[in-house]
Design a protein. Structure first.
Length: 107
């Protein structure tokens, strides 16, 4: 994977998490003490996250650096998903299982 692809994938993960938390780019920029343009460039994969900002970004977005950098979920995130799955009704669980199988076949 080239540097450009790496930065684009990282930016997509950051943007998805920001949107999931219902934060605007402006709000995230303000929390981090950076410009709106910086956040935009990071999310578009035009700019890398500075190491000194990575910890703050992880904290504000409530995700691990492994997820931002490599797309790997940490054990706490997986535990949260398992807990949610265990509380589903049988038919809901079956629907999730079917979806996972469909997604897995696409790879």
């Amino acid at each position: 994977m080239g540097k450009d692809t790496f930065l684009i994938n990282m930016g997509v993960r950051i943007a998805q998490q920001r949107k999931e938390l219902k934060l605007t780019q402006e709000q995230l920029a303000e929390k981090m003490g950076v410009s709106l343009q910086t956040i935009s460039c990071i999310e578009l994969g035009k700019k890398a996250v500075r190491p000194e900002n990575l910890a703050n970004l992880c904290s504000y977005l409530n995700i691990s650096s492994d997820y931002i950098l490599y797309g790997k979920r940490d054990s706490q995130q997986m535990t949260d998903v398992i807990t949610k799955l265990s509380n589903l009704k049988p038919e809901e669980y079956q629907a999730v299982q079917t979806l996972i199988e469909l997604l897995y076949k696409e790879k």
